[in-house]
Design a protein around this ligand. Structure first.
Ligand code: ZN
Length: 145
């Protein structure tokens, strides 16, 4: 009865099939055995970004940030808190735009931090500027129903 969801392992990038009923039961990756939800934002690069965004059946929230950006660094604890509340319904990730400049340009990221929400490979919402944890969670829930 239970529907299966594709969940991309944040450690080895393998696409796992997780029954939706087991999503909340701390599922482990079938390949590397590590938890597919770590309870904190996953650091992506250009390659793992593509895999997470295109292969995940759950929405993927991405914080486009950079180490030199003060507001980005101040938002990091709030973002980590939001990850604890949003997972496992949403994959929470971050992308260092300094290291993935081409990808950031392709997604027309003009200011950071920018939060973008993807579902089935498509961007469904984006919001520029730092937010507190409650606002991040509320913003995401408004867009993922
Ligand atoms: Zn794995």
């Amino acid at each position: 009865m239970s529907e299966s969801l594709h969940i991309v392992c944040p450690h080895c990038n393998t696409v796992n099939r997780v029954p939706s009923a087991r999503l909340h039961m701390h599922p482990s990756c079938g390949k590397c055995g590590r938890p597919v939800f770590a309870g904190h934002p996953v650091e992506l690069n250009a390659q793992t970004f593509a895999q997470q965004v295109s292969r995940s059946d759950i929405p993927v929230l991405v914080d486009f940030w950079a180490p030199w950006c003060g507001p980005c660094r101040s938002m990091a604890p709030a973002y980590a808190q939001a990850a604890q509340q949003l997972e496992p319904a949403v994959r929470v990730a971050k992308l260092n735009t300094e290291e993935a400049q081409e990808l950031a340009a392709r997604h027309a990221i003009r200011s950071i931090p920018t939060l973008a929400l993807f579902h089935h490979g498509r961007e469904v919402a984006r919001q520029a500027g730092a937010m507190d944890a409650g606002s991040i969670v509320a913003w995401v829930r408004r867009h993922v129903g």
